[in-house]
Design a protein around this ligand. Sequence first.
Ligand SMILES: [Zn+2]
Length: 484
Amino acid sequence: MQRVSNWLLMATMGGAMTLAAMAFKTGAEQVMTQQGLTAQQYLQIKAADLDKAQLSYPDIAPLLEQHRANTQLRFSQLGQSVLGTPIWQIEIGSGPVKLLAWSQMHGDESTATASVMDLLQLLATAEGQQWLQGWQDKLTLRLIPMVNPDGAAAGSRFNSMGIDINRDAKALQTPEGRLLMQAARDFKPDFGLNLHDQNRFYAVGDSNKQATISLLAPAFNEAKQIDPVRQKAMQLIGEMRDLMARELPGYLAKYDDTFSWRSFGDTFAGMGISTVLIEAGGHPADDNRQVARQLITQLLVLSINSLSSGRYQQQPLSAYQAIPFNRDGGIKDLLIHNLNIEINGQRAKVDLAVDLDIEGAKQARLRDIGDLSIYGSYHQFDARGLSYQPPKAYVLTKPLQLTEQAYLALLRQGYSHFSGDERLLSIDTRLPVLLNPAGLPGDTPQRQRRATFLLANAQGVQLVLLNGQLLELSSGKLLNPLGT
Ligand SMILES: [Zn+2]
């Protein structure tokens, strides 16, 4: 049908535009309107230099400055943070359906801020411009990237007063929370997208897969009733579920739906805004959450398409209800399976869970011991046939030049770390070396102790766990370098 009408239009216009160009324009617009942003298209439009674990205002300021040249993006400064960093709002389109999206109200949750920058980047391309023409008279979008720039600068969840902005929706004591509330009151959006990051240890229900994306239509009361406003949010999530099933099946969960009176999502839900919470989560070999970043960009495009066309209204609530809940602690950093231990003559075969403490001081610890077969993990190792051997210090009494070969030789002899005067040790290896570590386990693995010990069989030490990283002595290779 579309092709025929193009021909008719061409005839009317007297061939002012070439047929090929016309067909291309219509095609590009339709493809993205109907199918959304494909993974392949995403790689072409992705904003540069944002592949980082933590984004702060200087990361996005040059991009915002660059996009101000795009006349279809209407920038306004909503205000500033406690410490004086500007907080911007960008308005796009002018249609009757109103969508407000905001990111990084928790300063250390920056994944979706990159997605918002990706969306602006998309709108700067010819393809994105065509796409915009398809919805700009149906929907008005307002974006507020990085609501908490002070927290972002400090790598902290909180604002510079130490307040959790997402628990300030009622008290409104933070300038950042006040300006978000004011933005919502001024705009009166139909829909809200509340963009966050969640911890990397959530599993999708009973599965062993990471919750790379979690979604929620927050409750507006303790009874978690479903009114028409919440129902629309659930239907939009049904659309998002379809996208996730196409792009990354098995990695979508639902966030805890306990009513949170002080939070913005729940408060907005009670103000008549159909609000969707989107949480970026972990994924294997993805420390900077670029997988979640791409998915959220795709979810932003999908939301615009679905809300501007009304397509979401066809989603049954059962689609939302079928999404499994987050399982807290369902994922571990490292699982070591089937390790032999012995205490007081009693032998046992156990699994060990190791927390790498990636976002903290990177002091890896043993978190669990026993049958851990119900958990998933970023890294795993089957230690069948190997036994736990306690860590042992090599005492430094004279200068030691620690080459890789010398180090591997000491590890084979059963040493796991060094004690004594650190100045005596000259480290000439890229392998992790532990100097005077505290809190090591004893004759058997112990919870909360540091994750450092040896794994041996009758032929001797085969592997060493060095601060949560497994070093295979035969190859000299780390099996799980620190990270996801
Ligand atoms: Zn958050």
